[in-house]
Design a binder for this molecule. Structure first.
Ligand code: ATP
Ligand code: MG
Length: 422
């Protein structure tokens, strides 16, 4: 192990690329605000039991991927392997349900930890933007969840996405479906992976989500959940389609989508792109009417999604989407003499007070080297500060674009910069 190598499956967001994250975060905030959806921030770790109960112990996440450890007080702690359970826990603990329903919350840049095989678009720490809405059974909420994600993609200029929807029913209709699925699998269970053998007993639906080739071959022609929906679930799915149709959203009903977490009921959806290879699911979500109750709250219908921020950025880069670059430095203050360097500090602070982006002379080097540095910063102006000029309150201001220079009063530098920017 080399301590200057970060742990496998983690990423640095470097200073020269963090503006991309900030840009998409800003768009996320703005879209959510239009939906009257407020930010919630929950801890990075929770009691392990929350995920065992919430996410479910027949899921890959809980079975294979969690970062779980005992803390010094002997508690079992798990680094968040997904975003929803923590928000649902907070909803209960803080009596958020006492506010007028529906409650609409989002989180962004939330770190998510999964012990997975690292590859492009799949990391051991990734970050999610997610939306969770509590307190309404109506399919219009499911539709709103979906449109938030789509509105964001539209704003960001990401195209070529496919929305896949499905309904996996409720506790009333699922047993009948499970029966049909088990019948379909029959003796083929012997050829399936150990996880699926376990799921066969505990949660057959999960088998449809298995990425193992031998398992997906067996379920390729399995019956679809939609054909087994009870009347209420069928009606709910019908309402969702109507709501999407009325907002002119194109979708594909994909009976293969069941999602990798246990808490889903009725609607499940994924937004998929072809532009980043195998890890093409940028956003996944659905309705989870049982989760709040499952973890100890009053029964509360809810729906939400999680979107991988790294995958979103990969798609944007692949599609050549423009991300506005940060503003250049407005002015570099060049100084060679000791007194002038110190004086540059106070001039810099004054200019920053007027909203000007300033870089000061922090490394002693020749004027020529400083001009070269200023060029690299691509700043429009350079003020050259000589002791002699400063004594008279002056500086030599150079406009790097126009190519001209003039001795001006130091107090007029801000005005010159503001004028040049117009
Ligand atoms: P996948 O099928 O690709 O494993 P998932 O079903 O496990 O995805 P979710 O649990 O729904 O994914 O997480 C929501 C989103 O988070 C995904 O759609 C994806 O964009 C992103 N995501 C999930 N796992 C990772 C990971 N290991 N690295 C990066 N992004 C991820
Ligand atoms: Mg996964």
């Amino acid at each position: 192990m080399l301590i200057t190598n970060a742990p496998k499956g983690t990423n640095d967001v470097l200073p020269e690329e963090s503006y991309k994250w900030q840009y998409i975060e800003q768009q996320m905030r703005e879209v959510c605000d239009l939906y009257n959806c407020s930010e919630v921030r929950v801890p990075t770790f929770e009691h392990t039991e929350l995920f065992l109960r919430g996410v479910g112990d027949t899921t890959d996440i809980v079975n294979k991927e969690m970062y779980t450890f005992e803390d010094k007080g002997g508690r079992s702690i798990t680094l968040k392997p997904e975003g929803t359970a923590g928000v649902a826990r907070s909803f209960i603990q803080n009596s958020i349900f006492n506010n007028p329903m529906p409650i609409k919350m989002y989180y962004l840049n939330s770190p998510v930890f999964r012990y997975e095989k690292p590859q492009a678009g799949r990391y051991r720490e990734h970050h999610q933007f997610g939306v969770e809405m509590f307190g309404s059974e109506e399919a219009t909420i499911d539709a709103e969840i979906i449109t938030i994600a789509l509105d964001l993609f539209k704003r960001l200029g990401v195209g070529n996405l496919e929305l896949n929807i499905n309904s996996i029913g409720c506790e009333k209709c699922r047993p009948k479906y499970n029966e049909a699925l088990l019948k379909h699998i029959g003796a083929s269970i012997d050829s399936m992976c150990n996880s699926c053998k376990d799921r066969y007993e505990k949660n057959p639906l999960r088998i449809l989500d298995c990425k193992n080739e031998s398992c997906s071959t067996v379920v390729a022609n399995a019956p679809s959940t939609i054909d087994y929906l009870c009347e209420d679930c069928a009606e709910h799915f019908g309402q969702l389609k109507k709501a999407l149709d009325s907002t002119k959203i194109k979708y594909t009903v994909n009976p293969r989508i069941v999602r990798g977490l246990d808490y889903y009921t009725r609607t499940v959806f994924e937004i998929i792109t072809n532009s980043i290879g195998a890890q093409g699911t940028v956003c996944g979500g659905g309705r989870y009417n049982k989760l709040v109750e499952e973890i100890g709250g009053k029964p509360t219908p809810a729906a939400g999604f999680g979107m991988g921020m790294e995958r979103l950025l990969l798609v944007m880069e692949n599609d050549g989407v423009d991300i506005p670059e940060p503003k250049n430095v407005d002015i570099y203050l060049a100084a060679v003499e000791d007194d002038a360097i110190i004086k540059a500090m106070s001039i810099a602070r004054q200019l920053r007070g007027e909203g000007i982006k300033v870089e000061a002379p922090h490394i002693k080097r020749s004027l020529k080297a400083q001009m070269k540095y200023a060029n690299k910063l691509s700043c429009r102006h350079v003020a050259i500060l000589w002791d002699e000029d400063i004594k008279e309150g002056n500086a030599l201001l150079k406009d790097m674009i126009e190519g001209n220079e003039a001795k001006i009063k130091i107090e007029n530098i801000a005005g010159e910069i503001h004028n040049a920017g117009k």
